[in-house]
Design a protein around this ligand. Sequence first.
Ligand SMILES: Cc1cc2nc3c(=O)[nH]c(=O)nc-3n(C[C@H](O)[C@H](O)[C@H](O)COP(=O)(O)OP(=O)(O)OC[C@H]3O[C@@H](n4cnc5c(N)ncnc54)[C@H](O)[C@@H]3O)c2cc1C
Ligand SMILES: Cc1cc2nc3c(=O)[nH]c(=O)nc-3n(C[C@H](O)[C@H](O)[C@H](O)COP(=O)(O)O)c2cc1C
Ligand code: SF4
Length: 653
Amino acid sequence: MKPYPNLFSEVRFGKRMLKNRIVLSPMGETMADPDGTMSEQAIAYYTEIAKGGCSVISPGVVCVDYPVGKPEKVIFRVDEVKYIKDFNRLAESVHRYGAMLIPQIHHAGGQTDITITDGHIPLCVSDMDVEHALLQPHRQVGPQKEMTTEDITLIIQKFIQAAVNCQKAKCDGVSIHAAHGYLINQFLSPSLNARTDEYGGSFDNRARFGVQIIEGIRKACGPKFIIGARIPGKEWVSNGLTDAECCEIARRFEAAGCDYLDISIGATNVFTTILETERYEQGNRVPFAENIKKAVSIPVGAVGALRDPWYCEKLIEEGRVDFVSLGRALICDPNWPKKAASGKADEIRPCISCFDGCTNRLFDGCAISCALNPVVGRESDIGRLQKTDSPKKVTVIGGGPGGMQAAIVAARIGHRVTLLEKTDKLGGQLNLACIPPHKEKIGAARDWFAGELVRQGVEVILDCEANLKTIKSLNPDAIIAATGAKPVDKIPVQGLENTVQAWDVINGDVAIPEKAQVTIIGGGIVGCETAQMLLEKENNVTILEMLPNIANGLEILHTIDLLTEFANKHVNVQTGVKVIGISKDSVSYEKDGKEENSKADMIILSVGQKPEGVELIKELKEAGYHVVIAGDAKNPAKIIDATRDGFFAGLDI
Ligand SMILES: Cc1cc2nc3c(=O)[nH]c(=O)nc-3n(C[C@H](O)[C@H](O)[C@H](O)COP(=O)(O)OP(=O)(O)OC[C@H]3O[C@@H](n4cnc5c(N)ncnc54)[C@H](O)[C@@H]3O)c2cc1C
Ligand SMILES: Cc1cc2nc3c(=O)[nH]c(=O)nc-3n(C[C@H](O)[C@H](O)[C@H](O)COP(=O)(O)O)c2cc1C
Ligand code: SF4
């Protein structure tokens, strides 16, 4: 029997059949040109995903009212006829691989700000002190204009025109974005809509805007054009939509002409309910979709941290939903569907829900990439990896993510690669990074890299510390030094002998106490994650950090999660401090010119990492070897930096 027969069965969207039940969840990617036109890079990115086998490509937040309705600085637009040609190129490109193109058409309403809308005052449904101002952490609160009835009529018309433009471009349909607190959701939600005209107040009135858009598109585009909608299955704000109202929205949208519904979250001031960090379980939003499925007869899909084919198969088999919307899983591995369909699910590169490559870059205004898949965002430059015309004998030193990624790509383009790792296992710091609470996905990533080394034919030698002698015996043409980092163990303070290293606490060499008083010197990512481990054993934790903030370098959604946890568990966080002395049972420090003291049963040192292998690299270079340094060995940072560095090192060696 074929693997995952339900996931790979057809499903009907309106008058059309999808080849399987895997749909790309709409995601902005910052790959438009600055004026909103389609870039070659965007076409290459979406085409890679289409080639990977999903049934629908759905570019996110395509603007219908540019620039007032922009949710991000750089996005696609389909508000004018001149953008039809862009979407036509994309449509033809993804159609070639059997995928449909259904752009998500969008208006941000009040959920944007003038820095994003090129100085134009954003429109809002109601001029009230809305909770949604809290919603997206990278936005500013600023002036907004409450929509008049004329504005409403105009924006409905703009949605319809955008759909007509998409149809002319040979898109298969459009999906309207009626969730995540954006304009249509702002009309729907009583928490955001305080209007007193026919678009506010009663449920009928609040639903009117969305219903009129769908009816208008159906009328203009005819019965064969697919219309979908992303709607809320839940709102996480006071005075928000009730679950029953979410079901009623689904019924109204179906009656208005919708062919399918993709169920997400509405207004929320907890952003991780829309973008789940790794602490959320797979499929945590499925119950909301299930609830809505009972209310309608059109296909209903779920989204949110869906990762494993077996899990998605079960959702479809049990009739809980009709299709799955995969976001980050397809960024991380566009070939997820192909691999699942061919019985190679264990080869899928597993998204670790870190956001470092995707939303983090998007919020910064960069094109998205991926911490584990450095090709993302660079498809037009790199494309399909070309075999080298000068194969070399390459030695990679270090089996962390940087070294493994370098070895994989070098082998893939035709070099003969040997990887040396001084310990008895691959993974480097990933073996530590996967231990703190909620981080087990990093262990799966390490295992994927290890498997890929085998699949790409890399010779791996464990328990082998590279030195000049071992390198001479291998006689490589080129060396990639990905020797990683080690913890800083010296700071100019007396009493360091009373401390233990955070790495040793994390890896279990130092036992974690219970219900003790613990002081951590250094509140970077490693210090904070050590604190999380200590909290699991009800320790009282104090963090002393020199900088104004803790967890520097941690992605923003994770930072929100972390700070909430620390606040709930009463972690004593002291920032802007200078440690001046350490004794057996206390740490003294200066803060705001005053001397303070933190009593402690255990004192943990976590003051950063420094490159490992510096001497070795110098020695190898002096011996005349061509050495490229990658990852933490160059500059201790994060997985995304190590894999990107490793990728380019392996490609360019
Ligand atoms: C507790 C902890 C949590 C972390 N959490 C995250 C996180 O959530 N997200 C994130 O992005 N990053 C995280 N990091 C950082 C991330 O793990 C590193 O940035 C990344 O592993 C660096 O990869 P690398 O390959 O450059 O180096 P490393 O992972 O350090 O690997 C280097 C490897 O080289 C080997 N080696 C060194 N010298 C030699 C030699 N002479 N011969 C042979 N082998 C040698 C080492 O044994 C090691 O296996 C965390 C780090 C720690 C410690
Ligand atoms: C980089 C990025 C951009 C996103 N942009 C959009 C968007 O434009 N429209 C939208 O409805 N959701 C957007 N989302 C949310 C995703 O569609 C999806 O609902 C969310 O990532 C959870 O699914 P996942 O765990 O499969 O990624 C975005 C998510 C990411 C990671
Ligand atoms: S950057 Fe992280 S969260 Fe985003 S797709 Fe890649 S692995 Fe997943």
